[in-house]
Design a protein around this ligand. Structure first.
Ligand SMILES: Cc1cc2nc3c(=O)[nH]c(=O)nc-3n(C[C@H](O)[C@H](O)[C@H](O)COP(=O)(O)OP(=O)(O)OC[C@H]3O[C@@H](n4cnc5c(N)ncnc54)[C@H](O)[C@@H]3O)c2cc1C
Length: 274
């Protein structure tokens, strides 16, 4: 049977944008909120994993955009929470390569290795691009428009998205500065999220115990009208609110996991919206 609860604002997704939005609402007196998160933790694409007794970042690893005229709020949070970071110096690869004891690699060894890796990647990229150009178009039916298999998605990501998806100039660097810092902290980049959450959600012993955050709750349907919004989740619950903030990724929207009633405006790129 469906149960129903009403609040002022429902935030879908507890990644950095969802948690930031909820924090801003709470700080402005809107405490009657509900955060619905599909996975078993907050953080979204900021997530660490324990591997060989060290923390490895699975998602975001750098704080980009530091040192400019405007202060980067993510950098401010990192400083406030004492997150350990290392400056990424792309003018000298040596500064970014460490041996097991934590010593910086000798410049010759690091420089040569880095140069070889870059050259071989460029060579591979050119070969792949040449073979794509010379191939019969019918041999690569989906690649140029709509990658589907894991290998097509990987190639599409490396050839197009990784470096070229951003339109220059990139506002992060223009607004906040050109410098980048790698997060090198055992608590993980996600520690920032917990510090942010602590400001408005009830926590104890580093755990969020606030019932306004519902983990393992997958939103499947959003019904919206002038009267507000009705949110239906995979486990059969129904939540009502005056407003909803949807912070899921474009990929989730394209997957049609969440249905909208009435529909969202139609995508101008129908082939990619899968
Ligand atoms: C491998 C990788 C490396 C990256 N490196 C960097 C970097 O170095 N520096 C940098 O600044 N950025 C980096 N990014 C980008 C950065 O991680 C993201 O821009 C940022 O974390 C996005 O935050 P978000 O809150 O907007 O979205 P997300 O983190 O995707 O949060 C959305 C949340 O919504 C939840 N959700 C999805 N669907 C539903 C549903 N139906 N119901 C309920 N909840 C749902 C998800 O579980 C997720 O927790 C990287 C990303 C990846 C994947």
């Amino acid at each position: 049977m469906e149960s129903s609860n009403r609040c002022s604002v429902i935030v879908v997704g507890a990644g950095i944008s969802g948690i930031s939005a909820a924090k801003v609402l709470a700080k402005n007196g809107v405490e009657d909120i509900l955060i619905l998160e599909a996975s078993d933790s907050i953080g979204g694409r900021i997530k660490k994993h324990s591997f060989g007794n060290v923390s490895v970042e699975l998602g975001a690893g750098w704080i980009a955009g530091v040192g400019g005229k405007v202060s980067n709020p993510v950098w401010e949070l990192a400083v406030q929470s004492g997150l350990r970071t290392c400056f990424s110096d792309y003018s000298d690869a040596r500064y970014n390569i460490y041996d097991r004891s934590g010593e910086i690699f000798p410049s010759g060894v690091a420089g040569d290795t880095y140069k070889k890796a870059v050259e071989s990647a460029i060579q591979k990229l050119r070969t792949d691009q040449d073979s794509l150009v010379s191939a019969d178009v019918s041999d690569v039916p989906e690649l140029s428009t709509s990658p589907e298999t894991p290998i097509e998605l990987a190639i599409d990501f490396i050839l197009h998205d990784f470096e070229m998806a951003e339109v220059e100039p990139i506002s992060t660097y223009v607004d906040f500065g050109e410098r980048e810092f790698l997060v090198a902290d055992e608590r993980g980049y996600e520690y920032l999220l917990y510090k942010m959450a602590e400001e408005f959600l009830f926590t104890s012993d580093g755990k969020i115990l606030d019932n306004r955050l519902k983990l393992n709750t997958v939103v499947r349907e959003l019904q919206h009208s002038r009267d507000g919004v009705i949110v239906r989740t995979e486990d059969g619950c129904v939540y009502e609110a005056n407003y909803v903030i949807l912070s899921v990724s474009i990929g989730v929207l394209q997957s049609h996991l969440i249905s909208f009633n009435p529909h969202l405006p139609v995508s101008p790129y129908p082939n990619r919206a899968r």
